[in-house]
Ligand binder design. Structure first.
Ligand code: PGA
Length: 258
């Protein structure tokens, strides 16, 4: 496989900037202890906005190979948008990934596939990599309609994005019923939808783009289940919530190959 695995820790609304510094330093130390080979996988932390400057300072001053991201971005460049943060502000802070369309933003902030796609475009235009989230709720899963539900989200979010930009992007499949519930999808569940997403990218663009785009699974990923999920051919990484808040646990996830 030519795609570099990506293990991304979405901290959500947890940890102040001092705790953020401690976690990044702890993570770097754990990875150092196991002689982690950073050429094997991309390790990314995704703190709240208020922590990003502190994370940047640690990463730069200690020359860490850990990358960092943001959990959201405004579609606007600047101006009278109270509470929003622009892509250029984030790129100025050395942010390299932006999560767009997390199910919590779709649910609590009514984000549509079109808005999610726009945010992905804004991230790409500013030289950052969007992590475009998708995933079905329990009702859809019970009705067996997860693949068509997710592919519709993908169609909407990728509209207007070029093949070259999609190839650079990351898509995260996160079944909502598995997020923060301890209810992890089986590796086969993850593969079913991640494989269907890759086929859809091939259909919308071409085979080369489909082979390049990285597709993650997210939802109750832990060090004890990451390896079997990562073994699936169309799963290129994990978007990790709760288990990314502990340095030793997230370092084990990043080091899933042992
Ligand atoms: P979880 O969250 O790992 O705590 O289930 C995953 C996510 O929402 O990205």
């Amino acid at each position: 496989m030519t795609r570099t695995p990506l293990l991304a820790g979405n901290w959500k609304m947890n940890l102040n900037h001092l705790e953020a510094i401690a976690l990044v330093e702890g993570l770097a130390a754990e990875l150092r202890d196991v002689d982690f080979d950073y050429s094997k996988a991309d390790v990314v932390v995704i703190p709240p906005f208020t922590d990003i400057r502190s994370v940047q300072t640690v990463v730069e001053s200690e020359e860490l190979k850990i990358a960092y991201g943001a959990q959201d971005v405004s579609v606007h460049e600047s101006g009278a948008y109270t509470g929003e943060v622009s892509a250029s502000m984030l790129s100025q802070l050395g942010v390299s990934y932006i999560v767009v369309g997390h199910s919590e933003r779709r649910e609590y902030h009514n984000e549509s596939d079109q808005l999610v796609g726009k945010k992905a475009q804004v991230a790409l235009a500013a030289g950052m990599i969007p992590i475009i989230c998708c995933g079905e709720g329990l009702d859809v899963r019970k009705a067996g309609k997860q693949v068509e539900h997710v592919l519709a989200q993908i169609d909407g979010a990728l509209e207007g994005i070029s093949a070259a930009d999609v190839a650079k992007s990351v898509i995260a499949y996160e079944p909502i019923w598995a997020i923060g519930t301890g209810e992890v999808a089986t590796p086969e569940d993850a593969q079913e939808v991640c494989g269907a997403i890759r086929e859809q990218v091939a259909k919308l663009y071409d085979q080369q783009t489909a082979e390049a785009v990285r597709i993650l699974y997210g939802g109750s990923v832990k060090s004890s289940n990451v390896a079997e999920i990562m073994a699936k051919p169309d799963v290129d990484g994990a978007l990790v919530g709760g288990a990314s808040l502990k340095a030793d646990e997230f370092s084990k996830i990043a080091n899933f190959e042992g």
